[in-house]
Design a protein around this ligand. Structure first.
Ligand SMILES: [Zn+2]
Length: 749
């Protein structure tokens, strides 16, 4: 449905079920006289309605699926008449009729630009949501003035609250205004009479090391214009997620839809500051406290990870801290104004001091009680002595008296997300969408505490959070080992544990949940059961033999989970992704048949699959479109200092007469070319549509990619890239006699 050219559908026999929906999105739908077209077959409908497939004739009548009925209902556009007795009686005649209809309609499409077809499709969508199933399609071929008039009347009639577009910010709405200036000045999409205006112009922004292209912002008055193409929030959390964020930030939904989650967090912080009656600094101006080199070294390690032993493990349980960093902010009372306060006593033994409750209401109560005790305490001094919370390993403490600002910002978001997650029944339902939008807020809110432009950040807050995260993970690992679990790996907020002595997986799962509850109570932040994996492979680092920090693949509960693996990355070409998928399928299949994954036979299967594919590559039998690599362009042509393939693509695009701007993606095929002329090293994707183009795929380049992709799967089993390339595993005599420690596999269920 994302085609941006006009499409034509001709239904010749039975157009039924889900396939019919695809046909409905065509610009024009045409039917043969005796064809039928419906979202369900009459038999299916009768079975569902009356539990009797024999009543299909009644169903067929009620469903109005004949060409004539559908034309009356405006669902199709045209009927092609059939010879007497049906199309099969005279095939030449029917072919003639179809050809006539085709050429007539194609003529109409000729002067239609691709943007207008888009608009037409989207308009249909809006009208649909405005009034149940009544919708009106407006074709551009009636001429611009009439088109605008009809669209205007339509918007007036349906009076929608929301207008969704797919690229309205970038071009469609301004184009409509231009058309209206020329042909139909009365045209109006607002709820008051006004022209469509761009509020902020497109620009390129840098965010967390990424280059993002921001489109124009074209707002509407009195109704919401939401551009699906320029809204990260709608993409991640749907419309419901968007409304959720608008509610939290008290900002206009239309404005919020164009913002990044980080900007939404800023808006929420401002709201809380306003409610506090605090003036918000225009720009942050409090300098960071000075630090010694030792302190820097201690604090700048970032999140902690356990140096994992690469290898493949089976029946491993993953436990996650939900929203770890924001929860640390809330429970450890970390905020710029609570750090190193001068009102509290610093005690060396601080583990007796309770944490702030995560629930915002409980937290308010906690601080209110403290305040009451301060005001009415007995004794010589009127003010009670309050203990500060020490940050582990750093010369920092947080206030025990004042409820921190950041905590008051994030705690309600965490609480709301927990509630939504409990209500969620399946992935992607409305609660899931809302909680997903909030997740992005919580992710960015950690980044913001150390961010130089953040209004409420302070680098010490960032360090304190990291120090707590390390402490919490270490404590969790210690508790796990105390309870007899083996910790396979741990990264920042996840731990993977196993207890090989428990063979029943259900028992193991229950015990893990009990353990998670125990940790949650101790730490004050919920540790949740995430999944049990049939198998999980931790990759070694490519630089040294030790474990890689964040690269792993796992399979459990019917799903494959990949982190840092090619198949997961958008830049990877289809051929490489499918190589990896097939390798994973072999592993999953072997596990299903209760085979030992460490058996060399299964690994050999993957190797032969790879080598068969490499042979096809060398014989140039791989479809070039599946070798297209995509890279986000971050610089203009002049800014490149290293002549990468991305540079080659940008250069080639320019020589072909168009530019790839920073923030856009370059999609290219790597071919054999000359080193001195970088633009000959690649072929751009759109060039492949030209069948006359000649090129030779760079076999060596793709071979390297393929070897590396399979290495990611076999390295945890101990294979090196050379061994994969030659196809032979070198097993030393020592390994032969005694199985390698990481080859020990607990064989269960
Ligand atoms: Zn204090």
């Amino acid at each position: 449905m994302k085609l941006n050219v006009p499409t034509l559908a001709i239904i010749i026999g039975e157009g039924g079920s889900g396939g019919a929906i695809a046909l409905a999105s065509s610009s024009k739908v045409i039917m043969l006289e005796n064809a039928i077209y419906s979202v369900i077959s009459p038999e299916g409908c009768a079975t569902i309605l009356w539990r009797d497939p024999k009543k299909m004739l009644d169903a067929a009548k009620a469903m109005k699926l004949s060409a004539k009925d559908l034309l009356d209902l405006d669902i199709i556009d045209e009927i092609i008449s059939e010879p007497i007795g049906g199309a099969h009686r005279d095939k030449d005649q029917i072919l003639l009729n179809v050809r006539e209809s085709l050429s007539k309609n194609l003529e109409k499409f000729e002067d239609m630009s691709s943007e207008l077809c888009w608009l037409e499709y989207r308009c249909k969508g809006v009208m649909e949501s405005a009034n149940n199933h009544a919708w009106q399609r407006i074709d551009y071929d009636i001429g611009p003035a009439k088109f605008l008039h009809t669209l205007h009347a339509c918007v007036g009639h349906f009076n929608p609250d929301i207008i969704l577009t797919n690229g309205g910010d970038r071009q469609h709405l301004t184009y409509l205004q231009q058309l209206s200036d020329l042909h139909y000045p009365d045209f109006n999409l607002h709820r008051k009479t006004a022209k469509i205006k761009v509020r902020s112009n497109q620009r390129v922004v840098h965010s967390y090391g990424q280059v993002i292209r921001k489109e124009n912002y074209v707002p509407l008055h009195g109704r919401l214009h939401i551009d699906l193409k320029s809204s990260f929030i709608v993409k991640e959390g749907g419309l419901l997620g968007l409304f959720e964020l608008a509610h939290h930030s008290r900002q206009s939904t239309q404005d919020i839809s164009r913002l990044s989650p980080g900007s939404v967090i800023s808006a929420i912080q401002m709201r809380v500051a306003m409610e506090d009656g605090v003036l918000v600094p225009w720009k942050k101006n409090r300098p960071e406290d000075t630090k010694t080199a030792w302190e820097l070294m201690l604090s700048d390690r970032g999140g902690l990870y356990l140096d994992s032993q690469p290898g493949v493990y089976t029946n491993v349980i993953e436990l996650d801290f939900a929203s770890l960093f924001p929860s640390i902010i809330a429970t450890r009372n970390i905020s710029p104004e609570t750090l190193n306060c001068s009102c509290c006593q610093v005690y060396k033994q601080s583990d007796k001091i309770p944490f702030v409750p995560l629930n915002p209401d409980d937290a308010n109560l906690y601080f209110r009680k403290k305040k009451r005790n301060q005001s009415f305490s007995l004794g010589v001094f009127p003010q009670a002595d309050e203990a500060a919370q020490m940050v582990p390993g750093l010369a920092l403490h947080t206030c025990g008296r004042t409820h921190g600002f950041l905590g008051r910002v994030v705690a309600p978001i965490i609480e709301r997300r927990t509630q939504l997650k409990q209500k969620r029944q399946s992935k992607g339902d409305m609660f899931d969408q809302q909680q997903n939008a909030l997740k992005w807020l919580l992710v960015t809110c950690f980044g913001y505490t150390g961010y130089k432009n953040a209004r409420f950040g302070r680098i010490e807050a960032h360090e304190a959070i990291c120090a707590w995260a390390r402490e919490i993970l270490l404590q969790t690992i210690a508790m796990a080992e105390e309870d007899g679990w083996q910790v396979r790996h741990a990264i920042v907020d996840c731990v993977w544990i196993d207890n090989p002595s428990i063979t029943d997986t259900d028992v193991k799962r229950d015990l893990a949940k009990v353990f998670a509850k125990k940790v949650s109570d101790k730490i004050g932040i919920p540790l949740e059961y995430e999944a049990m994996y049939d198998f999980i492979g931790f990759l070694p680092s490519r630089m040294h033999g030790a474990g890689s920090l964040t690269k792993y693949w796992a399979h459990g509960e019917g799903e494959l989970k990949l982190r840092g693996i090619e198949a997961r990355q958008h830049s990877t070409c289809d051929w490489i992704s499918s190589l990896q998928s097939r390798a994973f399928e072999l592993l999953i299949e072997a596990k299903k048949q209760h085979l030992l994954l460490h058996d060399l036979k299964i690994q050999q299967q993957i190797i032969s699959m790879l080598h068969a594919s490499l042979k096809r590559l060398e014989r140039h039998e791989i479809e070039p479109l599946t070798l297209i690599i995509s890279r986000r362009v971050t610089k203009t042509l002049e800014q490149f200092s290293v002549f990468t393939l991305t540079y080659a693509s940008v250069l080639r695009a320019q020589q072909l007469g168009h530019t790839i701007n920073p923030g856009e993606k370059a999609r290219f095929l790597v071919v054999v070319g000359s080193k001195r002329h970088p633009h000959t090293r690649v072929i751009l994707e759109h060039e492949l549509h030209d069948s006359s183009i000649r090129f030779r795929v760079d076999v060596q380049y793709y071979r390297r990619l393929a070897l590396r992709a399979i290495w990611a799967i076999l390295a945890p089993f101990g294979w090196s890239e050379e061994e994969i390339s030659s196809g032979r595993r070198i097993v030393t005599l020592d390994q032969f006699i005694q199985p390698h420690p990481k080859m020990v596999e607990n064989h269960q269920n």
